[in-house]
Design a binder for this molecule. Structure first.
Ligand code: AMP
Length: 594
């Protein structure tokens, strides 16, 4: 299987064709592309596809800069993905339109091949809210999707992975600052394998100094330029995106090589441009070390990060206090060998390693594309709603009457999703050896066996040790005393920690390819605390509606809120121990469940 990767930048098209073993069959780059003069992106694509005529291709992976927060993983391209990419064009005007051009061109030339979008935003999509939120009016932010998305995620993730390989430590045990310094530039705090902070924000304009982009600017400056400088929106856009950064500062070029040459000859603005660039990057390294509470390594990548030893040295100046000790000789000779992915430029005893990684977004995109095409799931497989069950009890007629009085009947408060089931207005108190928990809901209708379901945390509070059980299997479970307005009942058994389970209609079971009593795994893909729940029991009945039931401890462990609607992957552990993905989706996070 040969995978073609197309990576459209603002003024370049990079491409590579990989075989199934990630060996490169063909690779190329067209630069200095412009819509107005010289060669355009479309000319570059025409040349690329001409070159490819001699090769077999089985899938195409596209780098897409902006996917908003909807895409948290590489995704097969369909009409919805195309309209999402279109939707984010205004926020990434120098990138998304070219990615779309390449996608549509590829689709029309190879209508039968799968196309996969690999998003720069995906790696950052699970940034903590404290990092992704701007301190502006909450309602305005909600209305206009104003949050920090972050970009260059493919490169940051790849560089972090290579650094972890060198350090021979799992990525999820490391705190790294990755610096992608090229014509576009960004920093990322990779905390235990996840992007915890990154310098590009709602658009690729925020953060570090770039080739032609300004990075951070006081928003008040922009107001001033509009109000008293007479600037139009278009002029502001040109100023910030095309005439700022290294180009605007130096007045020479957006290419650091030209600026370094001029600076060496005493050009004042070139020297200033270099100093501003380095100072800004150093500031972010320090901030991210503080945000993560320390760092294990700093990783440089991108055209400048990989090639400019003097810029790296300048950025790392005064970072000794963090434990960074640069080896000046290694830094200067750091040219990464042709077949190598990285070079180490710190002193051997430096507490913080400094590593230069040859960026290889194309390899990463090919890897992701092959993975997606190899494991593609049918898009009509539904996601699974999750119901978070707070502690509750099911009672017999006899127990109910002892607690609420002779002849008492349960009164419905609200219906539950499963047909015929309802939450009652009646509540009971649980009395354990250590503590009591008051106001526990009774669920209806009444049953033939008493069953009280609590979470592990409740057990600690009550001072009991209840077993994990399937619903209905209470024989030999823990004792508990129930207190109601009319009396108390000492249950010899009946207290359980309910086993997590999924209710399914037979049609759902067919769609997921599972049977009654199967054990499956359910993975939460999104959110701040992704989690795979193993040992989930499938319960199939004509009367059931698709819904997974977990308790409050389990919901909190995955940061799922009460009433969160399902968005899960169901994984069936197959006989070889592999995991077969059956469904996918995204859940809506609500407030924490307690
Ligand atoms: P990228 O966008 O990652 O391709 O990086 C492009 C930028 O890398 C160029 O604009 C140059 O400023 C910079 N660059 C590439 N090679 C060198 C070099 N040998 N020395 C300094 N800067 C370089």
């Amino acid at each position: 299987m040969n995978t073609l990767v197309i990576n459209c930048g603002s003024s370049s098209v990079k491409y590579a064709l990989f075989d199934a073993h990630e060996s490169v069959l063909l690779q190329g780059k067209r630069e200095r592309l412009s819509a107005n003069e010289g060669k355009s992106h479309q000319d570059a694509l025409n040349e690329l596809f001409k070159e490819l005529e001699a090769f077999d291709i089985s899938a195409i992976g596209h780098r897409v800069v902006h996917g908003g927060d909807a895409f948290r993983a590489p995704t097969p391209i369909d009409v919805d993905v195309i309209s999402a990419i279109e939707r984010w064009c205004p926020a990434a005007p120098m990138h998304n339109p070219y990615a779309l051009m390449a996608i549509q061109d590829a689709q029309s030339r190879f209508p039968d091949l799968p196309n996969v979008a690999v998003f720069d935003t995906a790696f950052h999509a699970r940034m903590p809210r404290r990092a992704s939120t701007y301190a502006i009016d909450h309602d305005v932010a909600q209305k206009h999707d104003i949050r920090r998305f972050g970009f260059h995620g493919i490169s940051h993730e790849y560089a972090a992975g290579v650094a972890a390989g060198f350090l021979q430590r799992p990525l999820d045990s490391l705190r790294l600052v990755t610096l992608h310094l090229g014509n576009g530039a960004s920093a990322c705090a990779v905390e235990y394998g996840r992007s915890a902070e990154t310098s590009m924000g709602n658009t690729p304009l925020e953060g570090l100094v770039m080739g032609t982009r300004s990075g951070d600017v006081d928003a008040g400056v922009l107001l001033g330029l509009c109000q008293s400088g007479g600037y139009s929106i278009e002029e502001l856009n040109t100023l910030l995106n095309r005439n700022s950064g290294l180009k605007g500062l130096s007045g020479i070029s957006n290419d650091l090589r030209d600026i370094e040459e001029a600076a060496a000859q005493g050009h004042d603005r070139a020297q200033l441009a270099i100093n501003v660039f380095a100072h800004r990057a150093r500031k972010y390294v320090g901030a991210y070390a503080a945000a993560m509470g320390g760092i294990d390594a700093i990783v440089f990548t991108g055209g400048i990060g990989e090639n400019s030893a003097s810029m790296r040295e300048r950025i790392l100046q005064r970072l000794e206090f963090l434990g960074v000790q640069l080896d000046l000789d290694r830094n200067r000779r750091s040219q990464i060998a042709k077949d190598e992915e990285y070079a180490v430029i710190s002193e051997p005893h430096s507490r913080v390693d400094v590593i230069v990684v040859k960026t290889n977004e194309e390899r990463m995109i090919a890897r992701e594309t092959q993975r997606v095409v190899g494991t593609e799931t049918p898009s009509d497989v539904p996601s699974i709603p999750i119901a978070v069950s707070a502690r509750h009890c099911h009672l017999t007629q006899e127990t109910f009457e002892k607690l609420f009085g002779a002849g008492a009947e349960p009164t419905m408060d609200k219906p539950l999703v499963q047909p015929g089931q309802f939450a009652c207005k009646e509540r009971v108190n649980l009395i354990g050896p250590r503590n009591r928990i008051d106001g526990v809901r009774v669920l209806g209708p009444l049953r033939s066996v008493d069953q009280v379901e609590v979470a592990r945390t409740d057990e600690f509070r009550l001072g009991v040790d209840a077993p994990v059980r399937d619903s209905g299997k209470v024989s030999g479970s823990a004792p508990i005393t129930l207190e109601g307005p009319a009396g108390t009942v000492k249950l010899k058994e009946g207290l359980i920690c309910a086993r997590r389970h999924i209710h399914m209609h037979p049609d759902d079971a067919t769609q997921f390819g599972v049977n009654d009593k199967d054990e499956v795994s359910v993975s939460i893909l999104d959110g701040e605390r992704s989690l795979i729940f193993g040992d989930v029991l499938v319960r199939v009945k004509d009367s059931y509606v698709l819904e997974m039931h977990i308790d409050t401890d389990e919901a909190n462990a995955a940061e799922l809120g009460r009433g969160a609607s399902g968005g899960l992957s169901v994984n069936d552990i197959d006989s070889d121990g592999g995991v077969k993905q059956l469904g996918k989706g995204a859940y809506q996070k609500k407030e924490k469940t307690v």
